[in-house]
Ligand binder design. Structure first.
Ligand SMILES: C[S@@+](CC[C@H](N)C(=O)[O-])C[C@H]1O[C@@H](n2cnc3c(N)ncnc32)[C@H](O)[C@@H]1O
Length: 340
């Protein structure tokens, strides 16, 4: 399914569009041009244009021009091309689902290695991912696990579930990774999924929505993602027929911590009593300012390790606000059994 060919355009148009991209300086932000730092030998503008030309959504010179204009207008490249790389995965992405971030890729790769290094080679590790979006976390864990890691992703959003299943197939790991619908705040849903899957996981992971209602206005216009993907708790969580965007304005006030509180209430019964204590039982991604409060919330749960962002790799495909320097910021909490 992945595209192997690139649309060819005239040298003249290529030059014109590259110049246009350069001129608008939308690629500059505060990190250096990829071409100058990673030895690919191409500038950010050339990389953006190449990604557009490779997209299986774009089939004519006119569409290429439109795509460049959309990019200059601030639309994330992943939504323009419909594609996004995450670790070794080639993901399909479409609005309004969340575009996976570099900081998530970092801790997921670290976690996969930690699991493989700290569990017997003949043991299958089962992981539950809550709020799975495009499926990036469970799919990358499954891919890296090379058959040893099996995952189930849960999300409330039908579009996200559809895309995640598509991504499992696209990356040929649908035998290792499946997805189910769940509204985390519905008692009925949690009961149902617990009835089916309770007690069967070695680890629960999540990168939930963590934007507060206060920050939402700024973030949703800059990032272009849907409210469901970003904000803590929404009053009307059941997306209405045909509505694929930003819900309504009548949302509950949220401080950005509602998902962390809810996960704390519900995660334990999903864990197996025979799970290996050498790996964490719960891993949470946290917003850049949320480390202390979330640690405080989970302090009785067991020994905690905090992982910092190690590298702020520029990702041309994700929303541009992401390019600030956050190296050294605490971004994931790994919680082990008490006494481990
Ligand atoms: C920040 S995105 C993260 C997606 C993915 N984990 C990632 O890292 O790219 C949060 C996800 O939570 C989902 N979500 C929002 N409200 C939910 C709820 N009540 N129950 C389950 N999932 C929910 C959204 O649909 C979205 O896919």
């Amino acid at each position: 399914m992945s595209p192997s060919t690139s649309l060819s355009i005239s040298d003249h148009l290529r030059q014109e569009l590259t110049d246009k991209l350069e001129k608008y300086r939308h690629l500059s932000d505060d990190t250096p041009d990829q071409g100058t730092t990673n030895g690919h030998g191409s500038t950010d503008s050339e990389q953006v244009l190449n990604a557009i030309l490779k997209s299986d959504k774009i089939a004519s010179e006119e569409q290429v021009g439109q795509a460049v204009d959309e990019y200059i207008g601030g639309k994330p490249l992943a939504y323009i091309t419909g594609q996004h790389s995450f670790g070794g995965l080639d993901l399909t992405i479409r609005r309004p689902i969340y575009i996976p971030r570099v900081e998530t890729e970092q801790w997921v790769l670290l976690l996969a290695k930690h699991i493989l290094d700290n569990t017997p080679p003949d043991k299958t590790i089962r992981i539950l991912d809550i709020c799975s979006g495009s499926g990036c976390i469970p799919l990358l864990l499954a891919l890296e696990g090379k058959g040893r890691i099996h995952t189930i992703g849960l999300d409330v959003d039908d579009i996200a579930l559809e895309v995640a299943r598509e991504n499992a197939k696209r990356n040929k790991i649908d035998h290792l990774s499946t997805f189910q619908k769940l509204d985390l705040f519905s008692e009925q849903d949690v009961e149902r999924v617990r009835g089916e899957l309770g007690g069967s996981f070695d680890l629960v992971v999540s990168n939930p929505p963590y934007v507060s209602s206060k920050d939402m206005k700024e973030v949703e216009t800059k990032w272009h993602e849907g409210k469901y993907a970003l904000q803590g708790k929404l009053k009307d969580r059941q997306r209405k027929e045909g509505e694929n965007d930003n819900g309504n304005d009548d949302d509950e006030d949220d401080d950005g911590y509602s998902f962390y509180r809810r996960i704390l209430e519900i995660y334990t019964p999903f864990l197996s009593s025979t799970r290996p204590s050498s790996i964490p039982k719960l891993v949470l991604e946290i917003g850049s300012t949320q480390s202390r409060p979330v640690q405080e919330m989970y302090r009785d749960q067991g020994r905690m390790e905090v992982y910092k962002e190690t590298e702020r790799r520029k990702d041309l495909s994700a929303p541009k606000l992401e390019h600030g320097n956050m190296v050294g910021t605490e971004r994931s909490l790994w919680i082990y059994e008490k006494g481990q």
